[in-house]
Design a protein around this ligand. Structure first.
Ligand SMILES: NC(=O)C1=CN([C@@H]2O[C@H](COP(=O)(O)OP(=O)(O)OC[C@H]3O[C@@H](n4cnc5c(N)ncnc54)[C@H](OP(=O)(O)O)[C@@H]3O)[C@@H](O)[C@H]2O)C=CC1
Ligand SMILES: O=C1OC[C@@H](O)[C@H](O)[C@H]1O
Length: 401
């Protein structure tokens, strides 16, 4: 067996998820049975100061020779970096990813990929022009649990999927939690709201079960009908959104299939942390697959077949030793066992493997699928009357944010 190839990462931004991702990155891949790639963090940048980047590198346990930069512009010039992980708010992904691609760097960019589909298309074009790898960091797609669910579907276990019900909601008490309105979860300037932050996971489950599992040559985009409830005085972010999707399919493939994707900042998928009810139900004529919350980091599945078969699986704990501080939920608070991995290393392994193999896109969600999901979210926002400020919707690069 050949020795693992090391990928050298640069980390762009030093906020909450950057810490969790980077700690996961530094977990030995052998602990999860991965032998083809290894990861090292060679640099991090903070837009606020080099000392913040320095502290970040210390906090995550990076090697003492990793470089700390006080600007993203300096980071992208570092010739020692193979790939950059972007961990800024949604509003900034387009400008930050363009900066990296223009400088010739491969990119793994946090979800939601961009603010709109036009930006996602422009990034795809730029990556193609430069011959670079580009992937949206929808980590859930790379979980062994997700691979198992997709395999159940493609093996025909429940028959052709006829309907998917998918929720990712949190009772966050937004007026209290984000009183001043500046936090990225509610701030329109940072593309705040439920849809782009949490609804992306409801759509991820719909797409990875009902679209990604179809033949890429014949699958078609869905028709979309949406209701969106806006948040706060500015009405420039959503607090609750419901999307009905119709996926056209030939009669031989099972005929049209339906999905309902829901998201909310005000009510929970399961109140009080009770995870007994499935947040995701994938239904076919021979049975259903249930996935238990949270949709972004599920650890339990249940297959129920009409012949009476019931198969429950528990996917926790994730391999470790891991981040060591519980999972990060974007605004404080963690619930998984301290010391287990968070689960972000699987997407990092895929990005590193793609670099080794010379692939330019992620295996379980290519750029066209990321763009299609952005198109769905564009349509939802259009029907719901939600537009973000022009400076973050624009494809003009560079734009000062
Ligand atoms: N996959 C997952 O499970 C999760 C993904 N996310 C995604 O990660 C991204 C970042 O979220 P999160 O880490 O929670 O956010 P944070 O607010 O904790 O961190 C964002 C970082 O981005 C940088 N930044 C640059 N410009 C701005 C700006 N104008 N306002 C705020 N921050 C800025 C800052 O880093 P610096 O000062 O160093 O430049 C900041 O620390 C989002 O896209 C979110 O959707 C978030 C949580 C979980
Ligand atoms: O990606 C995410 O997953 C967990 C959520 O709590 C967070 O807000 C979101 O950004």
């Amino acid at each position: 067996m050949s020795s693992p190839k090391t990928t050298r990462w640069g980390i762009l931004a030093t906020g909450g998820i950057a810490i969790t991702f980077t700690k996961d990155l530094l977990v030995d891949p052998k602990t999860r049975g991965v032998n083809n790639v290894k990861h090292t963090v060679v640099a991090a940048a903070s837009s606020s100061s080099a000392s913040r980047a320095e502290q970040f590198l210390k906090d995550v346990g990076a090697s003492s020779d990793a470089k700390a930069y006080g600007s993203y512009e300096e980071l992208v010039k570092d010739s020692n970096i193979d790939i950059i992980y972007i961990a800024t708010p949604h509003s900034h992904h387009y400008q930050n990813a363009m900066l990296c691609l223009e400088a010739g760097k491969n990119v793994l960019c946090e979800k939601a990929f961009t603010v709109n589909a036009a930006q996602a298309r422009a990034l795809k074009e730029k990556a193609k022009e430069k011959g670079l790898f580009l992937m949206e960091a929808v980590w859930t797609r790379y979980f062994p649990l997700s691979i198992y669910v997709r395999e159940l579907i493609t093996s025909g276990k429940i028959g052709p999927v006829a309907r998917v019900l998918s929720d990712n909601s949190m009772a966050t008490n937004p007026e209290e939690t984000w009183k001043d309105g500046k936090h990225r979860m509610v701030n329109p300037d940072l593309a705040g709201g439920a849809l782009l932050d949490l609804g992306i996971y409801s759509l991820t489950w719909v797409f990875q079960t009902l679209y990604h599992t179809q033949d890429p040559k014949t699958r078609k985009p869905p028709q979309v009908l949406a209701a969106l409830k806006s948040y706060g005085a500015t009405k420039a972010a959503d607090e609750q959104t419901t999307i009905v999707l119709n996926f056209p399919r030939s009669d031989e493939a099972g005929g049209d299939a339906h999905a309902v994707a829901t998201t909310s900042l005000r009510i929970a998928t399961t109140p009080g942390g009770n995870a007994d009810a499935p947040g995701i139900r994938i239904q076919g004529p021979k049975g259903e697959i249930q996935v238990f919350p949270p949709a972004f980091r599920p650890t339990r599945t249940k297959l129920i077949l009409s012949d009476g078969t019931v198969e429950e699986k528990n996917w926790a704990p994730f391999p470790g030793p891991g981040a060591g501080s519980g999972w990060y939920n974007g605004f404080g608070g963690g619930k998984n066992a301290v010391g287990e991995g968070h689960g972000m290393f699987w997407e990092a392994d895929e990005a590193a493997t793609a670099l080794v193999e010379g692939r330019k896109e992620g295996k379980y969600e290519g750029l066209d699928e990321s763009i299609l999901i952005m198109e769905v979210m564009d349509e939802v926002r259009k029907q719901g009357g939600l537009q973000y400020p022009e400076k973050i919707e624009t494809t003009k690069y560079p734009t000062q944010l």
